[in-house]
Design a protein around this ligand. Sequence first.
Ligand code: CTP
Ligand code: MG
Length: 229
Amino acid sequence: MIWAIVPAAGRGSRYGGDVPKQYLDIAGLPLIAYSLRAVLAHPSVGGAMVVLSEDDASWPGYTEIDGKPVRTCIGGAERCDSVLAGLAALPDDVRPDEFVLVHDAARPHLRASDLERLLDLGRGDPVGAILAAPVRDTLKRAGNDGGVDGTESRERLWRALTPQLFRRLQLTRALEAARNAGVVVTDESMAMERQGHRPLLVEGSDDNLKVTTPADLPLAEFLLRLARE
Ligand code: CTP
Ligand code: MG
């Protein structure tokens, strides 16, 4: 049975405000509720491990969603510390070679079809897979004076999304190696790549947005209301 680790221990510094972004209200529910529901909706996903910050005052206290267990543990200063805490806190019956999903708490609009494709293709890969979207805009390299120094090719460039799917022990080892080397990894795949692994890119939807700044919230709300209709 696959478990989903949902890191929610971030402070949301780019978003600002008193309540961390993952707990902001969207159409009557905290943002994280949508992220959890979306990963738990797949029949192969058996439960979710939510990683909270030590001084979390806003976690709604779910213990199950749609009949599946929701557990919590305490994370750390970097995302990598939080995901490692989640991996360590998984139930004992999650085997070392079993796949686990990692999905941002701040990513509420994950389409069921994207999750399905990730699981179908990723479980057939020896390493695992990530959802990603091809870069659509033209890319400019900025000079120190704010002028354009040049144009980068967007060919073969993808934006990494979540969920990301890896085996429990391999991911643990990769994140530990990154942490021990003092390298800040911004997603799980980056830690795996450092170990020489080549995760599969699975194309996901552009609208699987991570709420990062206040401008993202109305967009997320619009997408979620649309999906409910
Ligand atoms: N996260 C975490 N532990 C950390 C840092 C981040 O669990 N030490 C989680 C966040 O809660 C979020 C996800 O990782 O669900 C993606 O991170 P990001 O969007 O960067 O959120 P924050 O780190 O909270 O935001 P910011 O970088 O603006 O401070
Ligand atoms: Mg962050």
